[in-house]
Design a protein around this ligand. Structure first.
Ligand code: ADP
Ligand code: NI
Length: 216
């Protein structure tokens, strides 16, 4: 492993040690491993992919007090402090600026293949069994209700409204998680996503059956 990757790994694993919102070091590690797997099939510059995967949540709006689009800048500064090449640091910044989901009706604008691979890996970790666990972990870290059938899902058309919305964890499935399969970029990720999406859909169906069980 190159010096820069192992140094960034150290910095990131240290800063994600105490997270309980589904954005802990294990999430970063899974995104890194999945991105490497996708790169093997789809190509793209491995070093850029690895660094962007490691740094992709370094200052996410959900965890930094609500500041949108700060992660790219923070990642850029970390890389520059380690004397990393400016043009590559800039490519990584652009990926991190674009990586987050910004609303059901907001189109993704990922500038590079490397970015598409990192975004695919991040999104695969949001669906399937682990994705479900992460959503509930996030909901509980934010003190968000699990479900309220009176609160309907909202398909947001801008990032600010999406980021500031009060929602429930079950609504988050309809506002984001169930939409991800059609927003994966690479064939490799789409294939991996099928089973995870089906699992998610079954889960929601079963949740509704149990919720609606009543005799009154
Ligand atoms: P992104 O940058 O696209 O939001 P992240 O890796 O930061 O991706 O993590 C997103 C994950 O955080 C979601 O997939 C979900 O598990 C969780 N999450 C975000 N918002 C909510 C919410 N309102 N309710 C439940 N889970 C949420
Ligand atoms: Ni992430």
């Amino acid at each position: 492993m190159s010096m820069i990757i192992s140094r960034i790994k150290e910095i990131v694993s240290e800063s994600f040690k105490h997270d309980n919102s589904g954005h802990d070091w294990n999430h970063i590690k899974r995104v890194y491993d999945m991105a490497c797997f996708i790169q093997e099939k789809e190509g793209g510059n491995l070093e850029i992919i690895q660094l962007a995967a490691l740094l992709h949540d370094i200052s996410d709006h959900k965890l930094n007090g609500g500041i949108l689009n700060k992660g790219g800048e923070v990642a850029y500064e970390i890389l520059m402090d380690l004397n990393y090449a400016e043009s590559k640091a800039n490519q990584i910044k652009l990926i991190i600026d674009a990586v987050s989901f910004k609303g059901a009706k907001v189109a993704d604008e990922m500038p590079s293949l490397e970015g598409k691979i990192v975004q695919d890996a991040d999104r695969l970790d949001a669906i399937g069994a682990i994705g479900i666990a992460r959503a509930f972990a996030y909901g509980s870290a934010k003190n968000q209700p699990m479900y309220n059938p009176l609160l309907l899902p909202n398909l947001h058309d801008n990032f600010e409204n999406y980021a500031n919305a009060k929602t429930t964890t079950i609504n988050h499935f309809h506002e984001k998680l169930l939409l991800l399969k059609d927003r994966l970029h690479t064939a490799t990720a789409r294939k991996m996503g099928e089973e995870r999406h089906a699992f998610l859909k079954n889960y929601i169906q079963q949740f509704e059956i149990e919720w609606n069980f009543n005799t009154l």
